[in-house]
Write a protein that binds this ligand. Structure first.
Ligand code: UDP
Length: 490
C-alpha cells in the first residue's frame, strides 16, 4: 500500500462519558469520521453498548463502502467501585427516585479513573491514530501521550458556554456583587452578557468537583485540541474567542445531529422510543405548520409532581397543541398524580404525552412543530436550532444557564420562562401562568421565528460540502494525518 493511502485511513478511538448527552453525539461523530474515510472504535461498558449496537449495525449495513464503526466493551464492575449494580450511565442515577443524585453522580464521575488501565492496554494493542476522549477523563491525555497519539477533548457543549466559564473563572465577578440575584456583565466575554451569581456553576475551586474541574482544564491544555459540536456562523465571536484565548486548538464540526438524514437514523438515536415513531409522525401530520410546541427537559431532569402539574396547566391554558415528554423516574406516582384531574380527556387530540423516551430529532424536524420548550442542554438546543425553532428556555443545572444566555441574549431566538436559579437537579419552581405566557409568546413571535429559520439554514449549510463545519473537519483530518505521517516516519 502507498504511504499516502495508508495515511489517509485514520483510526479513531472514541471514548464517550456514559450519559446520553455525550454518547449520542459521539456516535454521530463516528459516522461523520466514516464519511471522511476514518475508522472508529467506540469504547463503552456492557449495558451502554446495547444502546449503540442497533444503530451501528444499521450504519455499517447501509454504508458498505465506508469504514466500519465497531464497539469495544470495557469492564466496569459497579459494585466493586461502590456504585449500585447496573449503574453504568447517568440515566440510572437520575431515574432512580431513592438515590441521592448529587453524591452518586460525583462518585460515578470519580470512578471513571477505573478505565485508565484498560485504556492503556487498548492503546497499546489497537494503536489508534487519535483518541477522542470526553472531558471527564482527564487522565486520558497522559495515556495518549505515552503512545504518541493525539488526544482530542470532547466537552459536549458549545463555544459560548466554554468561553463564559473561562471568563467567570478568571475574573470571579460574582464575588463583587451585593447579592446572589444581582445581575452583572461577564467581564471580557463578547456581547455584554448579563447573568447572576445563582446561575454560575463551579464557584468552589476547593471542593472535590472544583479540583476535578482543574484537572480537566490541565489535561485539556496538554491535549492536541478540542472538538466542538457547533458551527461557526452560530457563535462566531465565541468561536474566535475560544480559539484565541482558551484552547490551543479547536475544530467546530457540528451540528452533529444533522448527519442523521434518514427516518430510521433520526428515530434511533439514544434509547428505544416509548412511542411508535410512525404513529407520532401521523399525529403531527394532522397538525398545521408551526402550530405545536415540543416540551422536553432532556435525560437528567426530574421534576416533582407539583412542578409537573404546573407545566400541564400552563400547556392547557396556552391553548396550543403540544408534545410533552415526561421522563419516567418513579417519583411521579403510580396514579400519575402529576397530571391535573381530567387533563388528558380535556386535551385529547390537542396534546401528546410521551412517557419515557421521545424520538426527539424526528419530532423537532416535523413541520408541525413551531416551538421548543427546552432545559437548554446543549444537544437539545443545537437540535432545536438546526430545526429552525424559536425556544422557551428553562435551564435546570450544569451549564444550561449559560446556554440560555446564548439563545436569549445573543441569538435572540429564545424567551426565558423565568427560571432565576438552579436548585440542584429539580430546578426553580415555575407557575403554570408563566409557562402559559412563555408558550403563547414564543409561538406568535414572527421575528424570532424568522431568525430561527435563518439559523437553521446556516446550520445546514455548515455541514454541506464546503460549509464551515465540513472545512473544519477536513482540516482536522489533515492535521491528524500530518501527525500520523510524522509518527510513522520518525
Ligand atoms: N433525547 C431524545 N429523547 C428524549 C430525551 C432526550 O432523543 O426523550 C436526546 C436529545 O435529542 C439529545 C440528548 O438526548 O440529543 C440529550 O442531551 P442534552 O444535551 O439536550 O441534555 P441532557 O440530557 O444531557 O441534559
Amino acid at each position: 500500500m502507498e504511504t499516502s493511502e495508508k495515511i489517509s485511513k485514520l483510526h479513531f478511538l472514541l471514548f464517550p462519558f456514559m450519559a446520553h448527552g455525550h454518547m449520542i453525539p459521539t456516535l454521530d461523530m463516528a459516522k461523520l469520521f466514516a464519511t471522511k474515510g476514518g475508522k472508529s472504535t467506540i469504547l463503552t461498558t456492557p449495558l451502554n453498548s446495547i444502546l449503540f449496537e442497533k444503530q451501528i449495525k444499521s450504519f455499517n449495513h447501509e454504508n458498505p463502502k465506508l469504514e466500519n464503526i465497531t464497539i469495544k466493551i470495557l469492564n466496569f464492575p459497579c459494585t466493586e467501585l461502590g456504585l449500585p449494580q447496573g449503574c453504568e450511565n447517568t440515566d440510572f442515577i437520575f431515574s432512580s427516585p431513592d438515590l441521592s443524585k448529587g453524591d452518586l453522580n460525583l462518585k460515578f464521575l470519580l470512578s471513571m479513573t477505573y478505565f485508565e488501565e484498560q485504556l492503556e492496554q487498548l492503546m497499546e494493542t489497537m494503536k489508534p491514530d487519535c483518541l477522542v476522549a470526553n472531558m471527564f477523563f482527564p487522565w486520558a491525555t497522559k495515556v495518549a501521550e505515552k503512545f504518541n497519539v493525539p488526544r482530542l477533548v470532547f466537552h459536549g457543549t458549545g463555544f459560548f458556554s466554554l468561553c463564559a466559564s473561562h471568563c467567570l473563572r478568571l475574573h470571579k465577578p460574582y464575588k463583587k456583587v451585593a447579592s446572589s440575584c444581582e445581575p452583572f456583565v461577564i467581564p471580557d466575554l463578547p456581547g455584554d452578557i448579563v447573568i447572576t451569581e445563582e446561575q454560575v456553576i463551579e464557584k468552589d475551586e476547593e471542593s472535590v468537583m472544583g479540583k476535578f474541574m482543574k484537572e480537566i482544564r490541565d489535561s485539556e491544555r496538554n491535549s492536541f485540541g478540542v472538538l466542538v459540536n457547533s458551527f461557526y456562523e452560530l457563535e462566531p465571536a465565541y468561536s474566535d474567542f475560544f480559539k484565541s484565548f482558551v484552547a490551543k486548538r479547536a475544530w467546530n464540526i457540528g451540528p452533529l445531529s444533522l448527519g442523521n438524514r434518514e427516518f430510521k437514523e433520526k428515530a434511533g438515536r439514544g434509547k428505544k422510543a416509548s412511542i411508535d415513531e410512525h404513529e407520532c409522525m401521523e399525529w403531527l401530520d394532522s397538525k398545521i405548520c408551526d402550530s405545536v410546541i415540543y416540551v422536553s427537559f432532556g435525560t437528567l431532569t426530574s421534576f416533582n409532581n407539583e412542578q409537573l402539574i404546573e407545566i400541564a396547566s400552563g400547556l392547557e391554558m396556552s391553548g396550543h397543541d403540544f408534545v410533552w415528554v415526561v421522563k419516567e423516574n418513579g417519583s411521579q406516582g403510580e396514579k400519575e398524580e402529576w397530571l391535573p384531574e381530567g387533563f388528558e380527556e380535556r386535551t385529547k387530540g390537542k396534546g401528546l404525552i410521551i412517557r419515557g423516551w421521545a424520538p426527539q430529532v424526528l419530532i423537532l424536524d416535523h413541520q408541525a412543530i413551531g416551538g421548543f420548550l427546552t432545559h437548554c442542554g446543549w444537544n437539545s438546543l443545537l437540535e432545536g436550532i438546526a430545526s429552525g425553532l424559536p425556544m422557551v428556555t428553562w435551564p435546570v443545572g450544569a451549564e444550561q444557564f449559560y446556554n440560555e444566555k446564548l439563545v436569549t441574549q445573543v441569538l435572540k431566538t429564545g424567551l426565558s420562562v423565568g427560571v432565576k436559579k438552579m436548585v440542584k437537579v429539580v430546578g426553580d419552581f415555575i407557575s403554570g401562568e408563566k409557562v402559559e405566557k412563555a408558550v403563547r409568546d414564543v409561538m406568535v413571535g414572527e421575528e424570532r421565528r424568522s431568525h430561527a429559520n435563518e439559523l437553521a439554514e446556516m446550520a445546514k449549510n455548515a455541514v454541506k460540502e464546503g460549509g464551515s463545519s465540513d472545512i473544519e473537519l477536513n482540516r482536522l483530518m489533515e492535521d491528524l494525518k500530518v501527525v500520523k505521517f510524522q509518527n510513522e516516519n520518525g
